[in-house]
Design a protein around this ligand. Sequence first.
Ligand code: RB5
Length: 198
Amino acid sequence: MNQSLNASIEVVIYAIGSCPVELKGGLGKHGRPSGRVRGLQRGGKMKIALAADHAGFALKEKIREYLKSKGLEVEDHGPSTTERVDYPDFAEKVAGEVAATQADYGVLVCGTGIGMMLAANKVPGIRAVAANDTISARMAREHNNANVLTLGGRMIDEASMHQIVDTWLSTPFAGGRHELRVEKIDAIDQRYHTEKRA
Ligand code: RB5
């Protein structure tokens, strides 16, 4: 198959039932997989890194069970009680997993989703979006190729969480004109982090 055509192949598989899971890959210049091959490194199962703070704990528990019921692999980074904790500690754990490609997506829950979003976005390569509605969830995936979903445990109920999570998981990145813009976001990360290290 033509290499450039092959490179642009975007495979969409259906992990289980009606939950579409994106496999974005293809071959790069040297015949190696380019970009992230979602779920493939782990036997085809999409993996989600999940965490919360005390304000997001109850919703986090429901999200874990919902994702598992869809056949997804979930790594719960805590907390395991409702004891008061600081959201940046948990945001960093999940963002680190996603940045290191140990998880395909992160899901973080605090009171509003905002604190988790701010903290997660400090990790290079992370594009975290507080999406407490389905439009934000869809646009964050379609235009911004967001890789961490943050939710407000004090803002949404379980039914809304189902809709938002379903929308997030079933919306592929649109690419095209959005590709360069997302690359420019990553370039800002690189400029600042490289300059600090130098
Ligand atoms: C905790 O009270 C609350 O500030 C936190 O969960 C989060 O909403 C911050 O953005």
